[in-house]
Design a protein around this ligand. Sequence first.
Ligand code: FAD
Length: 491
Amino acid sequence: PVGLIWFRRDLRLADNAALYAALQQCKKLFCVFIFDDSILAPLPHADRRVEFICQSLAELDGDLRAACGRQEAGLITRRGLPQDIIPELARQLGADAVFCNDDDEPAALARDAQVAHRLRAMGRSLQRSKDHRIFGRDEVLTQSLSPFSVFTPYKNAWLRKITPFYLSSYPSERDLAARLADRPEGERRPVPTAAELGFEAGTLDGLKLPTGASGARELLDDFLPRLPRYQAARDYPALKGPSYLSVHLRFGTVSIRELARTAHASMQREDWDAAAREGAATWLSELIWRDFYFQILAHHPHVVERSFKPAYDAIVWDSGPEADALFAAWCAGRTGYPLVDAAMRQLAGSGYMHNRLRMVAASFLVKDLGIDWRRGEAWFAEKLNDFDLAANNGGWQWAASTGCDAQPWFRIFNPVTQSQKFDPEGRFIARYVPELARLPARLRHAPWLAAPLELAEAGITLGRHYPHPVVDHAAAREKTLARYAVVKAGD
Ligand code: FAD
């Protein structure tokens, strides 16, 4: 049989479940990636992710050609709607089956159902494999076989269920050379660049963001020596604490099995001390959060539009010109709260935001500015390189207290004490809000509390060089407690 491998969020050859499934069943294989117009159309003109994908695909294409030593065998790329292109391409290539890795996002499920339907009508099949998470939607369930909605019991069940079987890699590069077929003549175009797709070029320039499977390897090699210190460093944005692998997990340029296997083995290493093993266990726990939110989205797709907990849909958020102005200040990193502003500027400038800061910035939007979490979620979705619907929605609903196992509604981060705690020397603030760098560190967290002389010595006039706080935290806190009172009864 002939197979067509449809790459989507799995842009690598190593340990790729769909590729392995195809190799098991087919003598001859073609590979395709489709630039989906329904995904590209709403994106802004400058989008780092498009460039990340193009560069990663160029590497994948090179890896395919290198695997078999023939230029003719490589990645087919098309642009349009997969629902139209995949069945047509399968017919042209004489492919009996199309292989891909599954995706539980509602839009992806609808798309795949259409593709499967059309292929079936042509006597062909769509075969889906589980690849980008360790456990699928129904693999970790409660004793009564229902999905978990609280993280800790989910994690405990996850850890009880894990065995080498779930963590081992698919030998998806073995036999590849012999099976890859040459692309038809008309399909031998090089992978398009972002500019050729109509997007701005150079959006990744100057960022330390290596792309493709080799980029993921580079980041992983850099991170593993830091894994023993992960627990101690992860909450401090000025430190190089986390792995920065999220964008690679998003686009599948790294295998989740490899990461989870490494973390799982490291947390049991006898040559590591307890703190180092704890670092590995905490990192694994973060990877489990990822699985957790995937299964939440799969079982509760209403979260895309509404609160996980229906009672929270009764909350009335601020709207109108004043709220719009506050939202704009938040997006621009000009709220007058330095840590929040530093976070938002990191996002705008790099497409990355540290996890601690995602929590602080999200909480600030919802609980200090009184703005609907969905507006913040959409802003993150547009800006984050690693934007993943399940994790982003989960993170926002956590911060807004509307989610499963969320921050309790009456817990409201104080943006100043968060700053003092997690950026104690104000180093992160100085990096992203350089207009405050001349202030002594202790004053960078709340410059409005500085004495006029201290501000003058740093050459700062509030309202001119840096904004006054757009809201008073204590007053905002009271307003938020009142706003959330509508859910008190149901909580
Ligand atoms: P590391 O600390 O090295 O963690 C390793 C991996 O674990 C991450 O790459 C990620 O895949 C996963 N992970 C870590 N924390 C979480 C978490 N809380 N939930 C789910 N997975 C997690 N993560 C995304 O991948 N995409 C998003 O769109 C996203 N949006 C978020 C929005 C908000 C409001 C919040 C609070 C969190 C969000 N996160 C999101 C989770 C987390 O902030 C990022 O995964 C993390 O900061 C990525 O950096 P890293 O790769 O260096 O993380």
